[in-house]
Design a protein around this ligand. Structure first.
Ligand SMILES: [Zn+2]
Length: 565
């Protein structure tokens, strides 16, 4: 990793056509939120961008199904998803919208710049047309039979076997426009194409150097490159989306394709954020100055867009930087009780857990803890209610919560709620104190490498060290036999608690705030607080509160499917 002055972090823009579920959260939203909080605690300059993708085909399909306009759909789900992210304590600097006029203008500017450079050109193609509804059908409006496995498939991709193909290869095509279902016919039409082939060599050289990326991300991008980059259609037949900024009769009835405008949303949202922050020029520093480190967090289905297509679009603008790192997560699936295998989260199959719903019932700490503990970093992983129950009770409550609670209760009851002096430190005391800074180094190193699962586990391990130390030193015995040693033990435990309040903060900001308040620590998440972990503890004489339980335990009946064990 080279030197940089600031970091710009983006999370994939979710479609505003449905409510976000825990599978989404685990991939592209919770990990960057943890990372951004960590950088802020280190005192680094960082901006965190997300927002709704409001031009996707699923939005217009849903609008047609409901018999309403697309605007009604995007207003509903933009608002709902922004609230769900806030409830899960995902702290974006801005949650923008691709329906904003600023976004339409910027997308058109990107388009025109690429057109001027000869990177976008008009081509004649054959496309499916429904005579019944009188319209050309974008790929997602066509359904049929997969040419490879014979399963039901979408226009250009099969969800059963994962194959992608040209829509003309699909067998038994039919229109997916609600109320249509007829067999479409192929007709000539004109569209604009992005000449990705012209970026093949530059992108190849660039990706060659990205050896620190996760293997899934770099490997996925490399395999695309090896197949040879082809022209990609930038426009489609629809009335919903960004207008083609050309006075050309062929542009009629067509808009810019959503894959093209969506990633530009990162730039738009940065611009709007900068304006609102009173630093309108700062967006260009973030996107065009080589001192910025740009990091995209995405799901694995988005790898080609963020590792190849968007970088090509940025290259064609000439003044923009490209991402330093693209962090792609695998999928989180849903393991329901009594099922033989995990399945994809799917509303239509009744297999869905909405973020808002889960937070309202169980709070953000449990959600964040569990999703990080099972984060799909290197392989797909599974959400199960039973596992949620066991891990939040067994680790969050029994290890972390218990250590805090026994330390503070003992101190409140036997040491008048004041931090006792350190006294004479023995070897075990010193080793335990040293574990705080060691854990800071370990957790920081893992977060630097985007290993969130291991990083959180290392944080919990410090509470395990604390519990073992508490058990070994037996303060309930030394309280009478050796009060000085008892005081030392609780002094050490309180320093661990203070370290944990800060170490927890990126993962469990709510719990960290409650613990910090009990200990009288100000701003556990403030800039510079990371360096204080293990260096600046609680001074002797500091008063602390009688503890409230930090993470109450769940009963089996509280959790769906947990009582079936
Ligand atoms: Zn298939």
């Amino acid at each position: 990793m080279g030197t940089f002055e600031r970091t710009l972090v983006t999370s994939a823009l979710p479609y505003a056509n449905g409510r976000i579920h825990v599978g989404h959260l685990a991939g592209a939203y919770l990990p960057p939120d943890i990372y951004v909080r960590y950088l802020r605690m280190k005192g680094e300059e960082v901006v965190f961008i997300c927002g709704s993708d409001e031009h996707g085909v699923p939005i217009t399909l849903r609008a047609m199904e409901e018999g309403v306009g697309p605007q009604e759909i995007i207003d509903r789900f933009h608002t709902a998803n922004e609230a769900a992210f806030a409830a899960a304590e995902i702290d974006f600097d801005i949650y923008g919208r691709t329906s904003w006029p600023e976004h339409h203008e910027l997308t058109q500017a990107f388009f025109l710049k690429l057109l001027d450079g000869g990177y976008i050109e008009k081509q004649r193609i054959q496309q499916y047309y429904s005579e019944k509804v009188g319209m050309f059908l974008p790929d997602r409006y066509v359904e049929g039979v997969c040419p490879k496995c014979g399963g039901d498939a979408r226009g250009d991709q099969c969800d059963h076997c994962g194959t992608t193909y040209e829509v003309t290869e699909l067998r038994e095509p039919r229109s997916a426009v609600p109320g249509d279902g007829t067999t479409p016919v192929l007709k000539d039409t004109l569209h604009w194409f992005l000449r990705l082939d012209r970026f093949q060599e530059t992108l190849g050289d660039w990706l060659e150097g990205k050896t620190d990326w996760r293997p899934n991300t770099r490997g996925g991008a490399m395999s695309w490159l090896r197949e040879g980059l082809r022209s990609r259609c930038v426009t489609r037949d629809t009335e919903w989306g960004v207008r083609i900024p050309l006075d050309d009769p062929d542009a009629e009835g067509k808009r810019i394709y959503v894959w093209f405008d969506a990633p530009i949303g990162y730039v738009t949202n940065t611009k709007v954020w900068a304006e609102r922050s009173g630093r309108p020029e700062y967006w260009s520093t973030l996107w065009q100055d080589a001192g910025t480190r740009l990091i995209h967090f995405i799901g694995k289905d988005n790898i080609p867009f963020h590792a190849i297509i968007f970088p090509a679009m940025l290259l064609g603008q000439e003044t923009y930087i490209r991402p330093d790192v693209v962090v792609a997560n695998e999928y989180l699936n849903f393991m329901r009780a009594g099922r033989a295998a995990a399945e994809k989260f799917s509303k239509s199959r009744g297999a869905v857990i909405e973020v808002r719903e889960l937070v309202e019932t169980f709070g953000p700490d449990r959600l964040r803890y569990y999703l990080t503990a099972i984060a799909p970093e290197t392989a797909d992983s599974e959400f199960s209610w039973l596992d949620f129950f066991h891990r939040t009770n067994g680790e969050l409550a029994d290890v972390l919560g218990n250590f805090i609670h026994r330390t503070l209760s003992f101190g409140a009851k036997n040491l008048a709620g004041e931090v006792p002096p350190a006294g004479t430190l023995g070897e075990a005391d010193r080793a335990t104190l040293a574990a705080i800074a060691e854990t800071r180094e370990k957790v920081g190193g893992l977060l630097d490498r985007f290993q969130f699962r291991h990083a959180q586990a290392a944080m919990i391990d410090l509470a395990r060290v604390g519990n073992r130390y508490f058990d070994d030193r037996k303060p309930w015995v030394t309280r009478k036999q050796d009060p000085a040693q008892c005081a030392t033990t609780i002094h050490v435990c309180l320093q661990l608690a203070a370290g944990l309040a800060r170490l927890m903060a990126p993962f469990l900001p709510g719990g960290a705030g409650r613990l910090a308040a009990m200990l009288g620590i100000e701003g556990p998440q403030s800039p510079g607080s990371w360096a204080r972990i293990g260096e600046e503890g609680l001074p002797a004489g500091r008063r602390f509160e009688k503890p409230k339980i930090l993470f109450p335990k769940l009963e089996p009946g509280d959790v769906p499917e947990a009582s079936t064990d």
